[in-house]
Write a protein that binds this ligand. Sequence first.
Ligand SMILES: C[S@@+](CC[C@H](N)C(=O)[O-])C[C@H]1O[C@@H](n2cnc3c(N)ncnc32)[C@H](O)[C@@H]1O
Length: 231
Amino acid sequence: MRFDVVTLFPEFFESPLSSGLLGKAIVNQIAEVQFTNPRDFALGKHRKVDDVPYGGGAGMVMKVEPLFAAIESLPVYPKREVIYFTPQGVPMDQAMFKTLLTYDQLILLCGNYEGVDERVMTLVTREISLGDFVLTGGEIPALALINGTVRLMPGTIGKEESHQCDSFEDGLLDFPHYTRPPIFRDLEVPEVLRSGNHAAIAAWRKQQQQERTSDRRPDLYEEWLKQSNCD
Ligand SMILES: C[S@@+](CC[C@H](N)C(=O)[O-])C[C@H]1O[C@@H](n2cnc3c(N)ncnc32)[C@H](O)[C@@H]1O
């Protein structure tokens, strides 16, 4: 899959896209990430990418012409989405990442200042939010989306880090994890995990998943109970 990030700040992505499992996945060409800077398409001597809002008010708005030119300069893959990050969009979640994996090309438009001229929305096919808060720009949501989708691509994480048991995979949160030593200060690893009894371990983990989800995310737990009753 190809990601085209349309951003005024491509340098923002350098370290996150070259570190850890994500960096390895990109080196191994599991996914390709390209950058397009609207400033390169801005008109005039000063290459202005923002302007004051019609109607007045505080803040600047990203101009329509450089954004249209930047998006229209990109190659067109058969199955693509043009995504705009905005707190007004659909909240990002694991199910969304799985849907996005079916695309050949994701164009990720990062807004800044007060956002983009609304006419840019005629090019946008999907609006996504990182959550109910306001950031300075769409770069962090774009990184979250790249990270979450590339992580699900075959070859990014090894079998030992399989995402099959992750939170949300079966509608529940993940169970608690421990590693050596068995006792640290007065903190002990639960006996069952050291028992070698695989059936007992699986049952303990399932119970932990249910308890955690019910405590921390009653909304998810309700949904899981409904689904379990239907199966
Ligand atoms: C300061 S924000 C503009 C917020 C906008 N005036 C509003 O209230 O909806 C600048 C840019 O950051 C990005 N952004 C901020 N918060 C976000 C969030 N929670 N999810 C996705 N993108 C966000 C968007 O691209 C937005 O255009």
